[in-house]
Write a protein that binds this ligand. Structure first.
Ligand code: CTP
Ligand code: CA
Length: 225
């Protein structure tokens, strides 16, 4: 590990990875969330350590062991994840947003358990802050990497996210494809950046994470020298 720390593709760099789902409380016993095992984000954090980076993992609720040599911060809601991400920015060269953040949260958190009464219940939800877009708009900003989880028109939507959020790289993930995506062990992605794209082979999340980190290191070096 010491040799990698000195000679890895991310030697001396500080990387922050978000992972897992967020949980948006509805009342003391209920929440809204997304499907996300956290495996991809944790595999990315492991790959960052192996590449020599000082690695922080900001994780929503998952049932995974913290990878060796990773500083882990546990959060619940998107607002918590944003606060932890902004707090990490002063020591962050590369920010990788792998978390499945809930896009909306309940407008109010009921103080007591909501009792069933009517045949229908209407919830009012409000938009959550976009963590990766907020990070990419910070000054100074880290090299900022987002994911795009799509069930259709993958590359078009992913390039839209790259441009709209002003990201340096997007990892586009087809979550409708058979046997890959959020809860599986395999994954296949296409990387997009301003002016290029590259499809990576379908493989286990561990080796895919190493490939993604290798490419992020190369694009970081190209962008920042
Ligand atoms: N993301 C984020 N904060 C949010 C929502 C998403 O940081 N509130 C990040 C995710 O971690 C991911 C990227 O944005 O890196 C794209 O997430 P995705 O859900 O695919 O895109 P959205 O911008 O939320 O758009 P939509 O869900 O409508 O496709
Ligand atoms: Ca979303």
């Amino acid at each position: 590990a010491a040799a990698l720390f000195e000679h890895g593709a991310l030697a001396g760099l500080r990387v922050v990875v978000t992972a897992g789902p967020t949980r948006e409380a509805l009342d003391p016993v209920r929440y809204l969330s997304n499907h996300s095992s956290g495996k991809m984000g944790f595999a990315l954090a492991t790959a960052c350590v192996d590449a020599g980076a000082r690695t922080t993992l900001i994780s929503g609720p998952v049932t995974l062991e913290t990878p060796a040599h990773v500083a882990r911060r546990d959060v619940e809601s998107a607002e918590d994840m944003l606060a932890a991400s902004l707090a990490a920015l002063p020591a962050c060269d590369i920010f990788i947003a792998c978390a499945a953040v809930a896009d909306y949260r309940p407008a109010q958190i009921a103080g007591e358990k909501i009792k069933k009464e009517d045949e229908q219940l209407t919830l009012t939800l409000v938009r959550n802050p976009d963590i990766v877009a907020t990070v990419a708009a910070a000054e100074p900003r880290p090299f900022t990497v987002g994911f795009a989880a799509e069930t259709r028109d993958l590359l078009a939507y992913a390039r839209g996210k790259l441009e709209r959020k002003r990201l340096d790289l997007v990892v586009a993930n087809d979550v409708a494809a058979e046997g890959i995506g959020f809860n599986s062990d395999d994954n296949a992605v296409t990387l997009l950046w301003p002016g290029g794209e590259e499809a990576l082979p379908r493989t286990g999340k561990g080796s895919l994470a190493r490939l993604i980190i290798e490419r992020i290191a190369a694009r970081y070096a190209a962008a920042r020298g």
